[in-house]
Design a protein around this ligand. Sequence first.
Ligand SMILES: [Fe+2]
Length: 170
Amino acid sequence: MLSKNLQEKLNEQVNFEFYSSYVYLSMAAYAESVDLSGFANFFRIQAKEELAHAMKFYDYIFQKNGNVQLEAIEKPSYHFENASDLFAAGYEHEQLVTKRIYALADVAFEEKEHATISLLQWFIDEQVEEENNFNSLLKKIRRAEGNPAALYMIDEELAKRVFVDPTTTV
Ligand SMILES: [Fe+2]
């Protein structure tokens, strides 16, 4: 059984994960519009990952005999300058996600809600990977800036990303 407070906070995170999916789908659309189809592929898959995160919270709330209430999803930004801008925004977004997960973990710790602490531990580990992924790609893309051949190679690399449901791997 979840406290009212924790249930509300977890519901907010369901919404935020859906919003994250929207954020990345919007980035995919920008990449599509400037013919960076590999970048678009990367962000489409990222958007799918965020949906999987949302559903992990969603399923957990029901497992704990709680209830999910879906809210409106905020409009994502859609104006980007260039390829590195996408990854700079993505890296920033992931740092915000980490902050939110930490804040949730603080509440779970305060309430000594160990099952929720365990769930959030999974997300804490996932965030290390997400931040590192965005940061290392951002550095790579910044180095390639102004060099179309190098950018094309990164686009080719990003085209290879395939979706693996992060919630089914340990
Ligand atoms: Fe996420």
